[in-house]
Design a protein around this ligand. Structure first.
Ligand code: B12
Ligand code: SF4
Ligand code: SF4
Length: 423
């Protein structure tokens, strides 16, 4: 075990206040200058003092071992799927929790299947494949055709969007975390000779997201985790059946957002999310690490950065005020932020503590974002275009004036079909 793991453990036992920055040192000393050009294209600002991130320091894991995030409410939050405690409040009834827990059930089954061996697939460890990698490597057509076929298969298996970027070790967690009650650091299980990262996007249900925060709304998140697990494992199995290395991953193994941006999914927003043209921020990502050589996508820009510079809706509407209102900065508020990247960073201690208070996850910052619209409608496609031009201030004031993304009552979601079927 690395010395720094021991340091973290004793830090925990002493109960001493924990400073920032406190990330693990990089495991690899390789030269990252080969990414300079694509970083510039993607708008990444990475300083000399960059350090890779240990997953043990994210707010979910700190809730198990760090008093700054721990509280008696944490156990109730994590146990809510087994003991949901429904109540009369709209959005928190037995119907709502039933939908929430059923939507999460496939992801939870995947996460539970490795428990005996200390693995939590999709969250702390990558997905294991039941299919062996074929010993016969298929003869590949041109790199362009191979890429097109992989994308076609990803869509066939259920991905809403797919993009590809170069494997970049900077975003791979230095360490994962043990399942145990102090979440000790353990070696990251992601192992292989990777060349490419295939990023898959999974659009979230528009009507359900409009009801955030509520147990009902959180079903929109759960459904995508379940879909991610199934789709990404299937795509990894497909590549392995061709005789090439492939590992499916959801929240585990690496920070997803930088890969998604470089894979052309969209732009980074103040609300800490990749904002896509297709779904706005209302989208989740999974990824496959593979040995295949593929054609890489280019980052896509459509004016999100400039819009976020004049908008603070996500920050204004965040109940615990966890989101930044100022310009991007290099230092984040605490040890749950990566060191050495200039960007908008959230105070995730505040965010997660709020979740434990409401006993369910939140995504108000996703719901209220003016980019969160139903782009199957031409009017919103037009609005999105204008938001990327010098009309952005007008578009923001129209959005404010009509409050398009105000919360919908959860009980109205249950009536949607009845309303839709009326003549
Ligand atoms: C842990 C985690 C959280 C935790 C804690 C985060 C933390 N810092 O400790 C909390 C509880 C805050 C959380 C909340 C939410 N999350 Co979250 N989260 C993650 C997770 C699993 C790990 C991210 C991580 O390692 N953060 C630790 C460090 C790196 O944080 P950081 O320095 O502050 O960096 C953040 C961003 O600045 C960005 N980032 C990191 N490095 C770089 C580098 C560059 C160059 C750039 C531009 C950005 C960037 O990614 C980090 C996201 O936390 C990711 C999945 C994954 N593996 O990436 C999902 C993920 C980021 N979450 C997601 C979502 C949607 C949410 C929520 C809306 C909840 C929900 N109901 O869905 C809220 C939004 C809160 C917010 N505004 O930040 C999505 C984002 C999808 C998108 N459209 O971009 C992800 C990718 C999960 C997924 N399966 O799609 N999350
Ligand atoms: S998820 Fe909720 S608490 Fe967290 S940053 Fe977004 S609005 Fe704030
Ligand atoms: S709410 Fe406004 S500031 Fe926040 S991400 Fe959306 S556009 Fe950017």
């Amino acid at each position: 075990m690395a010395a720094s793991d021991g340091e973290m453990a004793s830090d925990n036992q002493s109960g001493a206040p924990r400073g920032w920055p406190a990330n693990e040192p990089p495991r690899s000393t390789q030269d990252w200058s080969r990414f300079a050009e694509s970083d510039r294209e993607a708008g990444f600002e990475i300083g000399e003092n960059f350090q890779r991130f240990s997953q043990r320091n994210d707010a979910f894991n700190r809730a198990w071992w760090d008093e700054a995030v721990m509280s008696p409410l944490v156990a109730a939050f994590y146990g809510a799927h087994l003991d949901p405690k429904p109540r009369k409040a709209d959005g928190f009834t037995q119907w709502d929790y039933a939908l929430l827990n059923s939507a999460w059930s496939v992801a939870r089954d995947f996460a539970a299947r490795g428990r005996q061996t200390g693995r939590r697939e999709g969250f702390l460890d990558p997905f294991q494949s039941f299919l062996p990698q074929s010993e016969n490597q298929v003869e590949l057509p041109s790199i362009e055709e191979t890429t097109a076929r992989i994308k076609q298969v990803a869509k066939f298996l259920g991905a809403d969007m797919v993009g590809i970027t170069e494997y970049d070790e900077r975003w791979v967690y230095t360490h994962s975390a043990e399942i145990g009650s102090t979440r000790e650091a353990k070696p990251n299980d992601l192992d292989g000779q990777f060349n490419s990262v295939i990023v898959l996007a999974h659009g979230m249900d528009f009507d359900l997201v409009r009801t955030y925060p509520a147990a009902l709304a959180a079903a929109a998140t759960g459904r995508e985790y379940s879909r991610e697990a199934a789709i990404v494992s299937s795509l990894a199995s497909f590549i392995r059946a061709l005789g090439y290395e492939a590992v499916g991953s959801s929240n585990d193994s690496a920070i997803t957002i930088p890969y998604a941006i470089k894979a052309g999914m969209g732009e980074y927003g103040r609300n800490q999310m990749v904002i896509t043209e297709e779904f706005g921020p209302r989208v989740r990502f999974s990824k496959v690490f593979t040995g295949l050589q593929l054609v890489y996508d280019k980052p896509k820009k459509f004016g999100v950065r400039q819009f976020c510079e004049i908008c603070t809706k996500c920050a204004d509407n965040c109940p615990p005020r966890a989101l930044p209102k100022g310009p991007p900065r290099e230092a984040g508020p605490n040890r749950s932020n990566i060191v050495g990247v200039t960007k908008w960073s959230a105070d995730c201690e505040k965010c997660f503590t709020y979740w434990t208070k409401i006993n369910v996850d939140c995504a108000i910052c996703m719901r209220v974002c003016p980019f969160n619209k139903d782009y199957s409608k031409w009017i919103w496609r037009l609005a999105r275009r204008l938001m990327g031009t010098s009309w952005r201030r007008l578009m923001l004031s129209i959005d404010d004036r009509f409050d398009f993304n105000r919360r919908r009552l959860p009980k109205d979601w249950w009536r949607l079909t009845m309303t839709d079927s009326k003549p």
